[in-house]
Write a protein that binds this ligand. Sequence first.
Ligand SMILES: NC(=O)c1ccc[n+]([C@@H]2O[C@H](COP(=O)([O-])OP(=O)(O)OC[C@H]3O[C@@H](n4cnc5c(N)ncnc54)[C@H](OP(=O)(O)O)[C@@H]3O)[C@@H](O)[C@H]2O)c1
Length: 256
Amino acid sequence: MTTDQFSVADKNVIITGSSQGIGAVTARRFVEDGANVVVSSRTQEKIDDVVDDLDGPGRAIAIECDVRDRASVGALIEATVEEFGSVDVLVNNAGASFMSNYEDISENGWKTIVDINLHGTYHCSQLAGEQMRNGDGGVIVNLASVAGMDGAPYMSHYAAAKAAVVNLTKTLAFEWAGDDVRVNCVSPGFVATPGVESQMGVTAEEIDRTAVDRRIGLSEEIADTIQFLSSKGASYITGETIVARGVPDIMESPDL
Ligand SMILES: NC(=O)c1ccc[n+]([C@@H]2O[C@H](COP(=O)([O-])OP(=O)(O)OC[C@H]3O[C@@H](n4cnc5c(N)ncnc54)[C@H](OP(=O)(O)O)[C@@H]3O)[C@@H](O)[C@H]2O)c1
């Protein structure tokens, strides 16, 4: 085994929601490893900044896309194929949430969160999957959450959507195995990112590590898992969810 097995060099990669946090760090990692990366989010200025900040050997371009909008996703896939020739890896990373009691979540609030986290994954996987299945195959890596596995008080919409992403990962892996498309998922625990900081109204340093989780993850640690699943080193893995939470589930027991 060599480390080349875990390289994504020369892969053409789309990372949704990569204007900050886990997505932006993964984009950096992939470009430094020699991949061609489409950095994407709803905010052109932010993704331009991410791309300006990246150094090769890989290439990066910024394409604005709202994953809730099928036409916008279609344009993203088309522009990627035009620029790089194929979509080899899709990282469904765009995500969002807000905290609320279940009884206070409006229909609009519920639908917005499900739209971004689940329907976004549906649009991107279906349209990028079409390219992969008609070409040489490919890899899809979904971002779910431990919320989608354990439930998450005050984030019922988000937890339900992420649970569906975990489930979709299995079904899609089954349906597309014959087309050489692997579909896997990463379920992070609590990771210090701009999104989490604004959601909780505190900086990562201020978060009480023992109260929230035993160990706050770094975006780089999630990027490691995404890279592994995207690489040849994971060629016999499909339909799986890797939980990256820094502690085994048993540590979450209230008795410990
Ligand atoms: N951080 C954690 O603790 C944690 C834990 C478990 C799972 N996750 C999951 O990991 C992924 C990344 O998390 P993060 O904390 O790095 O995120 P983050 O800091 O909140 O950033 C979210 C990214 O998604 C983009 N985005 C939001 N809505 C979008 C839409 N409709 N279309 C396209 N892009 C959109 C944002 O950019 P724009 O606003 O510019 O569009 C931004 O780039 C998410 O799926 C999240 O649910 C995170």
